[in-house]
Design a protein around this ligand. Structure first.
Ligand SMILES: [Zn+2]
Length: 387
């Protein structure tokens, strides 16, 4: 086996030689719409394109049909040894038509365009990394999973992510990096709830006393819910939507709110959930009902993640990269595997900016660097393997 420092030098050189191919792959991927949540038909062209890109890898490609698009997987390398999982999503937050309205473009070594940062750059770097490694440099099994529905909750991919992720020695997630190319080693958890207040309608002028206002009940509940936030611990509660009632002259029979809860630890996440489910109405004849719509656990910086990060930092140094880390407020598929104690590193995508925004972009230098870094991590996934 080539020593790790020697391999790093080779990979850095080869990634640089593949610069143009890496850029062209991003340009091809970003020229096709991949509207998340718009259904399988809308996602098909993006699935077809990515399938053809993945078919160039020396591995077994599978495509599993799903209601929100297809799961794309490639398994490579020998059957035995520590499994490395490379995880990404190819759905974008942009609606159909965006790729034509705002075409992707390369300008002064920066690629601008819809989806390039979140996360087509990471996908292109992953494919590039595996091409650099080829067959001969893989010493253990590698499994690539690209999902079609991360941006809209990932419900149809969740089971597969957890199944593969929990059997992996290392999971690398290709979400955008933090500024400066830092990895994400902690993420807040997220949960969304629907809170419904039930009351009784009545004429607001003739018989107001016969009514029980669901709107008043909801307002009182929201005031109580606001107190559940603990900003110093990173726990936030946002009532993002409220609605209710029918006419100004009616006491409202029903009102609801949609809540977004973020927490850095599982204990904070469950404290808020318990408090929400324990809410009781302030009015004798009113009712309150709380339903959880979505949830992802927090990605806490577990010992397994800390060890993986220290290892990644050492490998990056061999590529002359000073690799930092940080935490992110948003969630990703990394949250699903981190809570099971798996070593997961997120934010392996290239440095850039403007996630989910019109100024979305990535730096070409970082794209090249990431291809080499991902390749080195795949070839040397465990600290013990590094001489
Ligand atoms: Zn993403």
């Amino acid at each position: 086996m080539t020593d790790t420092a020697g391999l790093a030098r080779e990979l850095a050189r080869e990634a640089e030689a593949h610069r143009e191919q890496l850029v062209e792959r991003v340009l091809r991927l970003a020229a096709v719409d991949a509207p998340s949540g718009a259904g399988a038909e809308a996602m098909r062209p993006a699935g077809d394109l990515l399938t053809s890109e993945l078919a160039a890898l020396p591995g077994r490609l599978t495509r599993t049909v799903g209601p929100q698009g297809d799961l794309l997987e490639v398994s490579l390398g020998p059957r035995t040894g520590p499994l490395v999982m490379l995880l990404g999503h190819y759905d974008l937050t942009w609606p159909a038509g965006t790729a034509a309205q705002r075409p992707v473009r390369l300008e002064d070594d920066v690629i601008h365009g819809p989806g390039v940062f979140d996360m087509l750059g990471g996908i292109a770097a992953t494919i590039g990394a595996l091409k650099l490694l080829g067959k001969r440099r893989l010493c253990g099994p590698v499994h690539v999973l690209f999902t079609p529905d991360e941006e809209t909750g990932g419900e149809t991919s969740r089971a597969r992510i957890i199944e593969l992720g929990t059997s992996a020695a290392l999971v690398l997630v290709m979400e955008p990096s933090l500024p400066g190319g830092r990895l994400k080693t902690a993420r807040s958890g997220w949960a969304a709830y629907r809170l419904v207040a039930h009351g009784r309608s009545a004429h607001a002028g003739l018989e107001p006393n016969r009514g029980v206002s669901a709107v008043d009940e909801l307002c009182d509940a929201l005031v109580a819910i606001r107190e559940l936030a603990r900003p110093s611990l990173g726990t936030t509660v946002n009532a993002g939507v409220i609605a209710g009632g029918t006419f100004p002259n009616m006491v409202a029979a029903e009102a609801y709110a949609l809540l977004d809860v973020r927490a850095r630890t599982s204990s904070e996440q469950s404290r808020v959930e318990q408090a929400l489910t324990a809410l009781s109405p302030a009015r004798a004849e009113a009712g309150l009902e709380v339903t959880r719509l979505h949830a992802r656990p927090p990605m806490e910086r577990t010992p397994a993640i800390a060890t993986a990060m220290a290892h990644a930092r050492k490998l990056a140094a061999l590529l002359d990269i000073e690799l930092g880390e940080g935490s992110a407020g948003g969630t990703s598929d990394a949250n699903l595997v981190a809570e099971r104690g798996v070593a997961v590193l997120d934010g392996l995508g290239p440095d850039g900016g403007g996630a989910h925004a019109r100024e979305e972009r990535i730096r070409v230098d970082s794209l090249v660097e990431r291809a080499a870094l991902i390749a080195l991590l795949v070839a040397r996934p465990l600290p013990a393997a590094v001489a």
